[in-house]
Ligand binder design. Structure first.
Ligand SMILES: Cc1ncc(COP(=O)(O)O)c(C=O)c1O
Length: 374
């Protein structure tokens, strides 16, 4: 579905790291990886962590929520977003998905702001940026933090200030009070498992570093002023990340090629909604998703079976947070309905989108889609 693209260079860098003996969370490669990733995203401070879920947890914990403080987030995302808020005793407040981009419906946010709202969590879904301008304006007006989840959007860009005299393309990961990444094996850049939190606030960066490392104090080892986590990334993982990062432009170009090529070849097949790329966005098509219309008489599950019969693996879309048994059992989101997210969850799935995908394989996938739908 989305296999990592690993070369001799990765083997060389990891082997060289192992030979130095710096295999744990001390070692020069961690800072180098943080510095390069932070710079790539245009940020002052970067704190690596052990996965994307931990990045979100660190970012939310960094805000020091009081019990019951609210964070507005999309229902259509991964559960890590909601769990990060809940672990910190916050309350996730949901908005539906946008029917075009599948990212959060920006127009629904204002109505969800209350005196308890502390932050807006934005998630760039499947490599397409969220429309950030209105969110930044709302956050500024109400004094809210922005937690940006760019786990799926390495290298994606957003045209900030498109209604101003000086619009500017900016990378995803450059917008949050805290911006989070995952480097899981199916992401554009991988460290096996890994993540990062970016910020421009030096105090917040210090807090993230403390939270990552059990809140050790410099004054007295083993005296802890607060409870932290062990979310450390290792030097070996950083070595892998640095080797991957050398090919960043190539990786982004390949993912964009896959996205555009699928769209070119699938356009016109009836019953299929394809991903959009808004004029203000440069998507990286982390996963190439399609949504089946109900007239096909099929849901994603039925379609996936027929694709599997033709030797093509697919994956279903996210299930909205308001439909998650684990969250409903906590009494959350009772009777809340988000029709767009519900339709996406039922009718959406993604096609093979890995960096190793060849033109021939892509053509085979398209042929299988055509056979199933025509
Ligand atoms: C949008 C989003 N956020 C967070 C995560 C969590 O990342 P990880 O799997 O590294 O914990 C993922 C994982 O796929 C994701 O897609």
């Amino acid at each position: 579905m989305n296999e990592p693209h690993l070369t001799d260079r990765e083997v060389e860098c990891v082997a060289a790291c192992v030979k130095t003996g710096w295999v744990s969370s001390s070692g020069p490669l961690i800072e180098e990886f943080e510095q390069k990733w932070g710079q790539y995203c245009g940020r002052q401070y970067a704190v690596s962590v052990c996965n994307g879920t931990a990045a979100l947890q660190t970012a939310v914990a960094g805000l020091r929520l009081d019990a019951g403080d609210e964070v507005i987030m999309p229902t259509f995302t991964i559960i890590s977003c909601a769990s990060a808020i809940l672990y910190d005793a916050g309350t996730p407040v949901l908005v539906d998905a946008d029917p075009r981009t599948w990212t959060m419906n920006v127009e629904q946010i204002a109505n969800k702001i209350t005196s308890r709202t502390k932050a807006i969590m934005v998630v760039h879904i499947y490599g397409h940026p969220v429309d950030m301008d209105p969110i930044i304006a709302l956050a500024d007006r109400h004094g809210l933090a922005i937690i940006e989840d760019a786990a799926e959007a390495h290298g994606a860009e957003y045209l900030a200030g498109r209604n101003t005299a000086s619009p500017q393309w900016k990378r995803c990961g450059s917008f949050g009070t805290a911006s989070c990444f995952s480097f899981y094996a199916n992401k554009l850049i991988t460290t096996g498992e890994g993540g990062m939190v970016l910020t421009d606030d030096p105090k917040l960066a210090d807090r993230f570093r403390s939270l990552r490392n059990l809140y050790f104090q410099p004054e007295r080892r083993f005296a802890h002023a607060e409870l932290g986590f062990n979310f450390r990334l290792t030097n070996i993982q950083a070595a892998l990340g640095l080797a991957q990062f050398e090919r960043m432009d190539q990786i982004v170009a390949k993912e964009r090629w896959i996205g555009h090529e699928y769209t070119k070849r699938l356009e016109g097949i009836p019953g299929l909604q394809l991903p959009v790329e808004e004029s203000w966005a440069k998507s990286v098509y982390w996963m190439y998703g399609v949504v089946l219309s109900k007239d096909t008489g099929m849901d994603a599950l039925g379609f996936a079976k027929k694709m599997a019969d033709r030797g093509v693996d697919t994956r279903p879309f996210f299930l909205g947070m308001h439909e998650q048994p684990a969250l409903k059992r906590r009494g959350l989101f009772q009777d809340e309905r988000y029709p767009v997210a519900e339709r996406l969850a039922k009718q959406g799935l993604y096609l093979p989108s890995g960096l190793g995908l060849t033109e021939e394989q892509l053509a085979e996938v398209v042929e299988a889609v055509r056979e199933v739908l025509q």
